[in-house]
Design a protein around this ligand. Sequence first.
Ligand code: PMP
Length: 309
Amino acid sequence: MMEPTKAQYLFLNGGFAPYDKAKIHVLTPAVKYGATVYEGVRGYFAEENSNIYLFRLNDHLKRLYQSMEMAWMKPPYSLDEFRQHTIDTVKKNEFHRDIHIRLMVFVQSDDGSMTSQEPVGVAIAALPMDRSSSKSETGLHCGVSSWRRISDASTPPRIKCAGNYQNSRLAGIEATNHGYDNVLILNENGKLSEGAGSNVFAVRKGIPITPAVTNNILEGITRDTLIQLFKEKHSLKTEERDIDRTELYVVDELFYCGSAMEVVPIISVDKHPIGGGKVGQLTQAIKKDYLDTVRGKDRTPVDWRTPVY
Ligand code: PMP
C-alpha cells in the first residue's frame, strides 16, 4: 500500500471531515480575534513494529487544558476523549511514518463577539512531517529581532494561543528579510525570551542555560525534556535564568528546541559566530539523546510514548 503523502481526513467537531471539507465560518472569533488554543505533537514511526508513538501526548493535553482555562474556553472533551480522538485521527489516515499533529480548540460562534466563550469547537489534524529544518545538522544563522516578545502583562505567551503568533510572525519575517535563517526574541526587559516557535538553550563554560519560565516564554515540553536529559545523561543542572543580548554573543553553544523543531543548532547571532561558527559538542550530544528518547531507544518513560496502533 502507498503511504499517504497528505492527510485524507481531519477530526472536526466530533466527526471526521475530508481534508478539503474541514471548514469553519469565516466570521468565527477564532478567525476574527485569534481565539484558538492549540498544541503541536510529534508522532514517531517505529520500523520494528510498524507503530507510531506520540511523544508526551499526555503532557501536551495537560498544557492544552491549561491554555483553555487561561483563555476562558470550556473543555468540550475529557482528557481521555481528547487522547482517543487524537489517536483515531492518526488511525483514520492510516499513517505509517513520522507525523505532526495539530490539536486546536477554538471559539466558533457564528459572528461571535470578541468576548464570546462558546460554543467551543475542536479540530485535530495529523500531517506527514520529517525534520523541520534543512539546517538541523549544520546550524542556523540567527538575528535578534527588533520586536519584543509579548508579555504576561498583556498577551501571555504561557497560553499557547493562535493570536500570540502574530508576534512570532513579525519577528520571523523581519529576520528573513534581513537575510537570517531564524530569529531570537528578547522580552520587554531586553532579556532573551525564545524563538518564534521554539525555546532556546545556551551552553556556557559547560553549563546549560535557558531563560526562566518568568521570561515570557511558552513553557515548552521539549525544554522540560532536555532539562531532564541534561541531568540524567550528563549530570548537568540547567540554569534557568536571564540571558542578556550580549551574553548570546559570547556563549559557547546555542540551540533551539521544540516539538516540531526538535533540537536545531544556532551557529551565529547578529553575525557573531557562536563556538567558532561550528555546532557544539554538547548540542550534538543532547540532540542525539533527545532523538533516542523520542524514538524509545533509551529507557524512555512509558507515559512519554503513546502508541497509536
Ligand atoms: N515556544 C513557542 C512560542 C512555541 O510555539 C513552541 C512550540 N510549541 C515552543 C516554544 C516549544 O514548545 P514545545 O517544546 O512544547 O513544542
